[in-house]
Ligand binder design. Sequence first.
Ligand code: SAM
Ligand code: SF4
Ligand code: SF4
Length: 345
Amino acid sequence: MIEKLRDSIEDQLQRPLRDLRVSVTDRCNFRCVYCMPREVFGPGYRFVPRSELLRLEEISRIARAFAEQGVRKIRITGGEPLIRRDLERLVEMIAAIEGIEDISMTTNASMLTRERARSLHAAGLKRINISLDALDQPTFQRINDVEFPVGRVLQGIEHAQAVGFNRVKINAVIRRGFNEHSILQLAGHFRGSGAILRFIEFMDVGSTNRWQLDEVVSARQMADIIHAEFPIVLVSPNYRGEVAKRWRYLDGAGEVGFIASVTEPFCGDCARARLSAVGKVYTCLFATEGHDLRDLIREGASDKVLARRIRTIWMSREDRYSELRSSTSATVNRAHRVEMSHIGG
Ligand code: SAM
Ligand code: SF4
Ligand code: SF4
């Protein structure tokens, strides 16, 4: 189990609350087929109006309340977080919260200029994860379904490294029939680069990506493919509950990781809550219902009331969807599941 603090609250399965993912927008400039497919998120799609989004001060207040309940790590995500103006101010506010030890961001890097990378770093962002599923333009484009040069994402990665982000992580989702060939290409490209590549199994998040189990390339299969070309060996986790399984290249070219959410679920160690862009808390990536905090704070709730609400939400949590996935029908309730772009990947 995860290390426990004395004042820690626990859910129904004795899991503490440690991580918070904050989605700052439901919008994105990409239309990745596994996340925001164009047939659903097309021109007629109604994104959240600005007045319904949490303001930065509201996010910061909620983040502080979560920190008081044990959260130590905050990740800013979306949608595409860099769409949100003034993100630097949010990072500064979060960095100033007592108890927060780590602030990171997940981005598609399409808007990560050198200046933006520098200002985010200066504001206190500690780590950055960049999503990149292919190196060749046709595959990259087939997955994100927009015309955007993959070279610009590679530049974004360079900018992040140049301004001082260490061990930038590159997240690649592999979906059978789309980009299996990217496994070796990405591994070859990022070996020895200082960036850490992590492969993510294609997940049945939301209800729009038409997920099928046979489209999942398992972490084991991916590791075997890499091992045949660039021999790797499993290394022990950095800390208990680490989500990615880490492997080391035997020739010293660094590490590669795998996030096996489908084939090797890690619900037992899941200490993560998610805050949507409209202020709903979700206690699982596969949740169908969120718990609203926005109206609560807009109606003038005190810090004490907010804290009590967060405690109640966490202490009644029983989620372990990925562990149950194999024993239930994978399609159960899919129609009502919240989309990843709403609650943040
Ligand atoms: N737009 C940003 C980005 O793409 O990095 C942040 C939000 S995105 C929802 C966060 C992560 O979720 C991305 O790395 C993306 O690849 C991943 N993701 C989205 N849908 C997924 C799915 N169905 N299975 C696995 N990963 C998924
Ligand atoms: Fe946008 Fe990220 Fe979803 Fe792709 S994965 S559509 S970049 S939010
Ligand atoms: Fe956590 Fe839900 Fe994922 Fe399990 S399925 S690891 S409880 S987010």
